[in-house]
Ligand binder design. Structure first.
Ligand code: MCN
Ligand code: MOS
Length: 762
């Protein structure tokens, strides 16, 4: 839809629901956006990390003499010289492990673990000297990945268990059944801006320029590591070059870099190299899921049995929740879902766009397709037949679930009715054509947020929060929220984000920030508008004096009386008249009993305050359906995605242009996951060898067709103050199985292990 059409339909660009372009876009295109590591401070020094070359064992010696004597070198820290840090609290607000925190280690548990840092006057000097650090090791056998039989079955994660009915008996009795194993490899976040920071100490005040999805959470960890008050950490992150889940937490290299700055008494810049983005933090772990489905002859599910495992690191627990979609998507009277984790010699896996939902949908959405073909049923029909009318596990109704509408709208726009059922039945020259469908979902998470709204003497307004914008659109939608609520044009609103000196905000993770921060800004803006109106009716010189507050409106920067009562007064004029330079309101969305908390920041710097999607009377989720066409070259086994139509339910959209971009971004990552992305492990060294953007393949423009996205959401005020649901991670869920299902339709080959590379099709 064009902007003109949107106008015709009511929502002006700058209002909520309008298609305003990104407010940060111009600065980024012009190169004016200042990213964290681009700052040049006086006395800036440069640091480079040294990493282990073995995956398991212990360091027997580390010789730093040559490095220390190299030109320009100022400091070398090793496990022997790195001072201990405090053990930080966890992200659930519980105490961390006992004993000190040591980010440089002698006991090696994965290849690429940090063992030393070298700081020099220039980056080149630090890089050269880092190569001179000589480490000797006593090597032990390593478990290279989840695929390594040495890892065994792992141990169960009981909170992941879901059971109802008698799944085993129902499966045994089912007239139709399928059973298969679905796998995903290690996948990496690879944001274009690598992780890095500039750290500067002034006494016990720490300033950090570091890209962050969660300023408050990271600032808290740094404060705890270094034993200083939260307020002493100033973290600045106005622009972020992508994170996809990897920039939410403070990381070991950050701890070492900040310590180096403290010891040197000079600012330190530390940017990890591209290969180090594969080992300084983890991406999505390798997963496997065994799924058994039982059904009646007419295609009604009677049982789902799901057993799964993901790899974690040695000594740490990382769970990629693999059963989350399995238990939610389809109605079944019997279900059993269990998950193990298996410790292997890898960096601790982390969050990558839709952790859990993404691989979970890969399993169940592939399995449903297999069941459809076993039954000779249309893959869309089987999904509609088993449509879950309510959340069976939580035993609650959905707040809103426009998934049926998504299936219908997507199928219609795609032309699904023209599909011929049999594999290999559609062809265009030497291309086999396949049409596949896959569904997805993402939960609505809710955590408190806080925002400051300021109306200034010139009638313009400011919005401030430590929440962040890594490209998803926060600046823009918060400006729209404030503009609409305050009744001033959007050009008159400035939004400040990404600075811990501003009011508190939760993590921009779990696709929650838009709902939470629009809610907080709305609350503060309503209070500011009320104050403004109060001034207008109380000021003796105001043309609106003594009118009822609830009869006034604010629009286009003017406070207006009821119809035909004149043109009121401009906000700027009123403030000038009464001699006020601003109206300033700070509001948060914490529950009443938490409003006066001494450690206010604690409510925003962990996820302990997060409500689950089933907290309350409803089960709240976003939903989507992807319809995808592939063309498979029979001779070469190459797969091209040639058409994507997705229909998505994220409730009300604050800015459809940006939400559509988010969905498309997720779908593009899903195409990458289906066809390209894979951390290839060298089994001999337990090391990911394609640790660069030349060898770790992500999709380019040439890999991506036009993508049509259709919004089928309706406002959901159970889910959020302004009626929106999750957007950011929804699009990636269900894409890979839709592609694998399309590949099966094209070729008759069922690929159960991602990515779908050509050798699997030949
Ligand atoms: N939006 C909307 N209407 C809604 C909800 C959202 O119009 N009802 C739009 C807004 O433009 C909003 C955006 O969608 O800014 C994302 O909102 P939301 O779903 O709340 O997600 P977050 O703001 O919490 O962003 C985090 C989310 C996550 S968890 C990952 S991972 C991810 C993603 O966003 N990483 C991204 N999108 C990304 N986009 C970019 N460019 N870069 C990343 O690293
Ligand atoms: Mo997103 S992986 O929850 O930051």
């Amino acid at each position: 839809m064009t902007i003109m059409e949107t106008r015709k339909h009511g929502a002006a660009d700058g209002a909520l629901g309008g298609r305003l372009s990104r407010l940060d876009g111009t600065a980024k295109i012009k190169g004016e956006a200042d990213y964290a590591a681009e700052r040049d401070l006086e006395g800036l020094t440069h640091a480079v990390m040294v990493q282990s070359t073995i995956a398991a064992g212990r360091m027997t010696g580390i010789d730093t003499a040559a490095a220390e004597g190299a030109p320009g070198v100022l400091l070398v820290l090793t496990p022997d010289t790195m001072p201990d840090l405090n053990s930080p609290t966890t992200w659930l607000d519980t105490p961390g492990p006992e004993g000190p925190y040591r980010p440089l280690v002698r006991e090696i548990t994965y290849s690429g673990q940090h063992v030393a840092i070298v700081v020099a006057e220039t980056f080149e000097q630090a890089t050269a000297a880092a190569a001179l650090v000589k480490v000797t090791y006593e090597e032990a056998p390593a478990i290279f990945s989840l695929e390594d039989p040495k890892g065994g079955e792992g141990f169960p994660i009981d909170p992941m268990t879901r059971e109802w009915g008698d799944a085993a008996a129902a499966l045994a009795a089912a007239p139709v059944k399928i059973e298969a194993e679905y796998k995903t490899p290690r996948e990496y976040n690879v944001p274009i801006e690598p992780h890095g920071l500039i750290a500067k100490w002034d006494g016990d005040m720490l300033t950090l320029w570091e890209p962050s999805q969660w300023i408050d959470g990271m600032a808290r960890t740094y404060a705890e590591w270094f034993g200083i008050p939260f307020e002493n950490v100033r973290m600045i992150s106005p622009y972020i070059g992508g994170g996809f889940g990897s920039k939410a937490l403070a990381l070991p290299h950050g701890a070492v870099g900040v310590m180096a700055a403290k010891l040197l008494g000079r600012p330190v810049k530390l940017v990890i190299t591209r290969p180090q983005t594969f080992t300084s933090f983890g991406g999505r772990p390798c997963t496997r899921q065994r799924i058994a489905l039982g059904a009646t002859k007419d295609g009604r599910l009677t049982s789902i049995i799901h057993t799964s495992a993901n790899e974690t690191s040695i000594g740490d627990v990382a769970v990629e929740p693999l059963g989350v979609v399995t238990s939610l998507m389809y109605a079944t009277p019997n279900l059993s879902s269990r998950q193990n984790i298996v410790a292997v010699n890898t960096v601790k896996p982390g969050a990558l766009r839709a952790p859990g939902e993404n691989p979970s949908a890969w399993g169940i959405e592939s399995a449903m397709d297999e069941l459809a073909y076993t039954l000779g049923m249309d893959p869309l029909e089987i999904r509609l037949k088993n449509y879950a009318e309510r959340d069976q596990e939580a035993d609650k109704p959905w707040s809103t679930r426009q998934l049926r509408e998504a299936f219908e709208a997507g199928a219609k726009a795609f032309g699904w009715a023209k599909r011929s059922h049999a594999p290999r039945s559609m062809r265009d020259g030497k291309h086999l054509i396949g049409w596949g469908v896959g569904a997805g979902t993402y939960p609505v998470r809710r955590t408190p947020g806080e925002a400051l709204v300021r109306i200034l003497a010139d009638g313009s307004a400011e919005v401030a929060s430590s929440g962040i914008d890594m490209g998803q659109g926060t600046y823009t939608i918060l400006a729209q929220t404030a503009a609409e609520t305050l009744g001033i044009p959007v050009e008159q609103v400035r939004v400040k984000l990404g600075d811990s000196a501003l009011p508190r905000a939760p993590v921009a993770g779990g696709s929650q920030l838009a709902n939470l921060m629009t809610g907080a800004v709305y609350k503060a803006a309503v209070a500011a508008r009320d104050e403004l109106v109060g001034l207008a009716i109380n000021d003796p010189n105001s043309p609106l004096r003594d009118l009822q507050a609830n009869t006034l409106t604010v629009s286009e920067g003017r406070i207006l009386p009821p119809r035909d009562g004149g043109d009121g007064i401009a906000i700027a004029e009123l403030l000038r008249q009464i001699g006020r330079d601003k109206i300033e309101v700070l509001r948060n969305t914490l529950p009443e009993d938490k409003q006066s908390n001494a450690d206010h920041y604690r409510n925003f710097s962990t996820i302990a305050t997060m409500l689950s999607p089933t907290d309350g009377d409803y089960s709240m989720h976003s939903w989507c359906a992807h319809f995808i066409e592939v063309r498979v070259d029979e001779d070469f086994g190459t797969v091209r995605v040639s058409r994507v139509v997705s229909a998505l339910d994220s409730g009300r959209l604050y800015n459809p242009k940006l939400a559509e971009s988010q969905w498309k971004g997720g779908i593009i990552m899903g195409i990458g996951q289906a066809l390209l992305e894979e951390g290839i492990v060298d089994e001999r060294f337990a090391r990911v060898i394609n640790n660069n953007l030349g060898d770790y393949l992500v999709p380019t423009n040439a890999d991506i067709p036009d993508i049509e996205v259709i919004s089928v959401g309706i406002p959901d005020t159970h889910a959020s103050v302004l009626g929106g649901k999750a957007v950011g991670e929804l699009g990636i869920v269900g894409v890979a199985p839709a592609i694998a299902n399309a590949v099966f339709h094209a070729t008759g080959k069922r690929i159960r292990e991602l990515p779908i590379t050509l050798e699997k099709l030949l």
